[in-house]
Design a protein around this ligand. Structure first.
Ligand code: CP3
Length: 371
């Protein structure tokens, strides 16, 4: 009897490609599901690794630890994708702003950029030196995923913040409740803000291209704070830069193309424009029904979303009912078909959520969509 070399079996066995098929709007046996912030503090095994590492940044900068926490949610739930464990603020950190975290207060920068002079000094970081730890994490996770049994061998999603969302943190120096500094900059020195958004866009394109080269099989841009802008300002300071990423990011052709998902909180007013900007998928929050989003995007892109994360505070039965409503809502707006839907939340999981409730959500997506 001849033995098949291990490498051969790996290459020939099928992997779970529901996510990629859905993003190409091809038929799938079940609707794929993954969850923003699926790795994080709601998991006791994450808290254990974090306690040992000392901090979130120590984990993110250590490829083996980043790989371990990326895979943790996949061991608990039959998720259809892994997402790189990292942060959107790695780019400004590598630009020299000095990222740090204050317990209970979230991310902060030692050296925020507040004027044209500071912005003019910014450059695109080198991806294989200054951001090498991110690419090493991608390579390590891919190696681990490729060794898993076929149904657990899911695609790896790489990600970045949007130029506008990164600029919010870079100018405000951390999180903000009113975006006073960056909105003042938009009004008083729009040229400087455009210069910042331009360098951020160059960096995002280089960063996503490097993650793809390192092995990421789908890419997502988080425009978390696009929704805080007025329509006129969104169309001036966020949309054009998202469009540039969608048009300029090299990602292959046909079935080999690496899909790009643009997620935006509060992007419902702009769905038609976003669907025409060149991305493969749009991530939407719960302020729009999937039925309406599907109608308005008319099959031009796949849709990802959009359960309100707060639904996870309900009972498992209530969560299952909400999952069915979201699945049916998408189908109602898409001619009765589930093609082109990636199930997700409308924003990330929170640390106080119950893993058993997450399990109910994931199982119901698969069970109900298989019928
Ligand atoms: O989704 C995933 O599982 C992948 C990992 C991921 C993290 N951050 C890990 C993380 C992703 C995709 C992000 C993106 C990110 N980071 C965004 C965009 C998405 C969103 O949530 O809107 C933003 C705005 C950030 C900036 C940031 N980093 C914030 C606001 C925080 C939370 C601070 C806090 O104390 O809650 C972080 C830290 C962070 N990034 C954590 C995790 C798991 C918490 C780290 C910890 O304390 O252990």
């Amino acid at each position: 009897m001849t033995t098949i070399p291990r490498e051969c079996t790996r290459v020939s066995t099928p992997h779970n490609d529901r996510l990629l098929r859905a993003l190409r709007r091809e038929p799938v046996d079940r609707t794929p599901v993954w969850l923003m912030r699926q790795a994080g503090r709601y998991l006791p095994e994450y808290r254990a690794v974090r306690a040992k590492a000392g901090s979130f940044l120590a984990m993110a900068k250590h490829p083996e630890l980043a790989c371990e926490v990326t895979l943790q949610p996949l061991r608990r739930f039959p998720l259809d994708a892994a997402i790189l464990f990292s942060d959107i603020l790695t780019i400004p950190d590598a630009m020299g702003l000095g990222l740090y975290f204050v317990e209970g207060e979230g991310p902060k920068f030692e050296r925020p950029v507040r004027d044209a002079a500071a912005i003019a000094k910014l450059g695109v970081p080198d991806m294989e030196t200054e951001l090498r730890y991110v690419m090493d994490a991608v390579r390590t996770i891919r190696r681990e995923l490729d060794g898993l049994p076929s149904q657990s061998r899911v695609p790896l999603i790489g990600f970045s913040g949007s130029p506008w969302t990164l600029a919010c943190y870079m100018v405000e120096g951390g999180g903000s409740s009113n975006y006073a500094r960056i909105k003042a900059l938009a009004l008083n020195d729009p040229k400087a803000l455009h210069a910042l958004l331009a360098v951020n866009t160059d960096a995002v394109i280089a960063y996503l291209a490097a993650q793809r080269a390192a092995g990421a099989q789908a890419l997502q841009v988080f425009d978390t704070w696009g929704g805080v802008l007025s329509p006129a300002m969104y169309r001036e300071f966020s949309l054009p830069y998202l469009t540039r990423i969608a048009r300029e990011l090299p990602r292959g052709e046909g079935a080999q193309r690496t899909p790009l998902i643009l997620f935006g909180k509060g992007n419902a007013p702009y769905l038609e424009e976003l669907a025409g900007c060149g991305c493969e998928g749009l991530g939407v929050d719960w302020t729009v029904t999937l039925e309406e989003a599907a109608r308005r995007t008319a099959g031009k892109v796949a849709l990802q979303g959009n359960l309100d994360p707060a639904m996870l505070y309900g009972s498992p039965d209530a969560i299952r009912a909400q999952v069915r409503l979201a699945l049916d809502s998408y189908a109602a707006g898409h001619g009765g078909s589930r093609e082109g839907h990636v199930f997700n939340l409308g924003h990330g999981l929170s640390p106080d959520m119950d893993p058993a409730h997450v399990a109910a959500l994931v199982d119901e997506v698969h069970a109900y969509s298989a019928r």
